[in-house]
Design a protein. Sequence first.
Length: 163
Amino acid sequence: MLPFEPECFDFISCQFAFHHVRDKSGMLGAVLEVLRHGGRFVMRNLCPQECPDWLYYEYFPQAHTIDLEDFWPPETIVTTMEATGFARVTVELEHLRFAQDLCVWLDAVRRRDSNSQLMTISDRAYEAGIRRLERQLAGGDAQQVRADHLCLLTIRGDRGRDG
């Protein structure tokens, strides 16, 4: 339950947090309740189903396993939103492909708190990924710059007259 009166917002967004919500269906229902008729909800998040080749998952595979449990597939989100009463639910997938400098990336992943994927995995899995990356970079024959791929998801839904 949100601490707001029903139908008090024209716009609500959830940015990179939906996977942390335990009662996802309940959260969507609460959002719909506080949206005004014609109001819009926009969710933006990672879509692990569409980017199993993301470097985080290569070096920290336990993160992918956890993400597949925590991140609902887009179809599940859409079905749940529509069943909750959202209208005109749309999905947009954005595939980002870029070059990742592994030395720079190693510095970033050494700050474990900079990415929720690294916070959810076990200490052992985290340390194993760091060691693997360090060994590859120390070997000299490893590519320092690698292709990377991340897929972001945007889902929009409106509160219709009947919702």
